[in-house]
Design a protein around this ligand. Structure first.
Ligand SMILES: Nc1ncnc2c1ncn2[C@@H]1O[C@H](COP(=O)(O)OP(=O)(O)OP(=O)(O)O)[C@@H](O)[C@H]1O
Ligand SMILES: [Mg+2]
Length: 499
């Protein structure tokens, strides 16, 4: 590792009503991957925004390459060699990949933008990085993971000296994470310093040299990754250790009735003849690699996507579910994995976002019981430890993970019998994760049933009573928790069809 290229000291930042950063220190060396960790709302993204000139700092010093800097906007920090991949991707879906990469510095032929040249340049870069994306495709047609890779390529193409990645892997598939790590190692050998934000412990272990932890806007400490265990870091983050072991046996009562019976579900190319049953009080885990078709099963079941064939029985009775509204009427709720696209109302308050699905429950004789609705919203968010100065705060002012918690609160407030939770803890810190687990367990104790789609095996093993494994649209296995292991799940998750 090289010399120190960035030194942030005693950084302060206030938003109205929130002391977001209170004396934060952070240093980065050339060729180092320095992880920045902390619970949702700890101030990680804010620190980055202060660094790159999006926010003005209210105190403290920033030294870049030995010189005091104070950027007024992103352009200034880019010129100084800083590239940031933000948590919220900010790209133009209607433009091509190449146009997005060179936005603001387009190749031109006379007055006209030279698309061919930009596409060729982008292709060269992708080839060098080993990324398989066609530069002429519309960005909006790519998966979020691929869009993320474009953003990374864009940062690399700027030949920055300091690269910040704010939760880049939340939407990446496993092979894409590998690709990203390869690129990062390559950049490391070129002496580029990287700040890496992620909630995934095993990634931090693998990729980072040092870890700095923040809590509630304050600096907790910096350690060498090699010198500490996962538990040490968790303890720094939340002030306690959190254990999560595999459930030993199914907690479902013997003879519990089947509440949902799905027979021969086919939908699009992604769901091939999937059948399964869900029992009262059960948590049914859906495991598999990304792209296995789990979300598609949920969406077809919920009426969000059309199904070609398949029957759904609720409590033994055939149910017609063609739209999400019908699903909700039948007592089925779906928490989407893509909470950005299906649910965040950024310009509405925390209360409004929490209560939107259950407003009807607070209306009696045409009158809405506002205070009750507020109270329940506040209680549910308190349980999830949503960090917000008030329930009236606009959602856009919450940190990324706290926005997610509000959407989870929304579905927890809704009184349904069957919950489908799609990647419920993605982007959520470890402390809140265990709260969500407890809330799910509470729900099943009340006789509710849960389908939980998760790409994190430890989570599947900790929560599920039974596990369905999928691969390429097919159900490849079903395991009782007592017989499930990481190994046999992975085996089923990669069991491709012979052809
Ligand atoms: N523009 C804003 N206006 C008001 N408050 C804000 C604003 N941006 C951030 N905050 C608050 O500052 C605190 C820190 O937020 P920040 O986004 O930095 O957290 P984070 O550590 O990145 O969390 P996450 O892991 O959820 O992304 C939070 O309490 C957040 O609500
Ligand atoms: Mg953040």
């Amino acid at each position: 590792m090289g010399e120190t290229i960035l030194k942030m000291q005693g950084i302060q930042k206030y938003f109205s009503g929130v002391h977001a950063l209170n004396g934060v220190n952070f240093e980065l060396r050339a060729g180092e991957v320095h992880a920045l960790m902390g619970e949702n709302g700890a101030g990680k993204s804010t620190l980055i925004k202060v660094l790159c000139g999006i926010h003005k700092r209210d105190g403290g010093n920033v030294e870049l390459f030995g010189k005091e800097v104070n950027f007024n906007n992103i352009a200034e920090s880019q010129d100084a060699g800083i590239s940031v991949i933000h948590q919220e991707l900010n790209m133009m879906g209607h433009l091509t990949v190449a146009q997005n990469m060179f936005i603001g510095r387009e190749a031109r032929k006379g007055f006209f933008i030279d698309d061919k040249k930009m596409e060729a340049d982008a292709q060269r870069l992708f080839d060098k990085m080993g990324v398989k994306i066609n530069p002429a495709t519309k960005l909006g047609d790519l998966t979020v993971g691929k869009q993320q890779m474009v953003e990374i390529a864009k940062a690399v193409s700027r030949e920055c000296k300091l690269l910040v990645l704010d939760e880049p892997t939340a939407a990446l598939t496993l092979p894409e994470v590998e690709e990203l790590f390869k690129i990062m190692n390559d950049l490391r050998s070129k002496g580029i310093g990287m700040i890496y934000i992620s909630h995934r412990m095993d990634e931090i272990n693998r990729i980072s040299d040092r870890v700095t932890v923040m809590r509630d806007g304050e600096y907790v400490g910096t350690v060498n990754t090699a010198d500490v265990t996962k538990d040490d870091i968790v303890k720094m983050m939340v002030g306690r250790t959190i254990m999560g072991e595999q459930k030993e046996a199914s907690a479902v009562a013997e003879g519990a009735p089947v509440v949902l019976d799905v027979k021969n579900l086919n939908a699009g190319k992604e769901v091939k003849n999937v059948s399964f049953q869900l029992r009262k009080g059960e948590i049914l885990g859906f495991a598999g690699l990304m792209g296995a078709g789990r979300t598609e099963v949920a969406r077809a079941l919920y009426g969000a996507d059309p199904r070609q064939t398949g029957e759904i029985y609720l409590n033994g009775k055939r149910a017609k579910i063609k739209t999400p509204e019908q699903a909700v009427k039948h007592g089925i709720c779906y928490l989407s994995e893509d909470r950005k696209r299906f649910g965040l109302m950024l310009d509405k308050s925390v209360t409004q976002n929490s209560a939107i699905a259950s407003v009807d429950d607070y209306i009696t004789m045409g009158l809405i019981n506002d205070s009750k609705m507020r109270e329940v919203s506040a209680q549910t968010n308190a349980k999830l430890r949503t960090k917000t100065p008030s329930m009236e705060q606009l959602l856009k002012n919450l940190s990324g993970g706290n926005q997610q918690k509000v959407i989870i609160a929304r579905w927890l407030m809704k009184n349904c019998d069957i919950f489908i939770f799609d990647e419920p803890t993605r982007g959520i810190d470890v402390g809140a994760k265990s709260e969500i687990y407890h809330l799910m367990e509470d729900l099943t104790k009340q006789g509710k049933s849960i389908i939980m789609i998760s790409s994190e095996l430890p989570e599947v093993l900790r929560m599920s009573d039974r596990i369905i494994v999928m691969c390429e649209g097919r159900k490849t296995g079903e395991l009782d928790i007592s017989e499930a292991t990481q190994e046999n799940i992975m085996q089923l998750a990669t069991m491709r069809e012979e052809n």
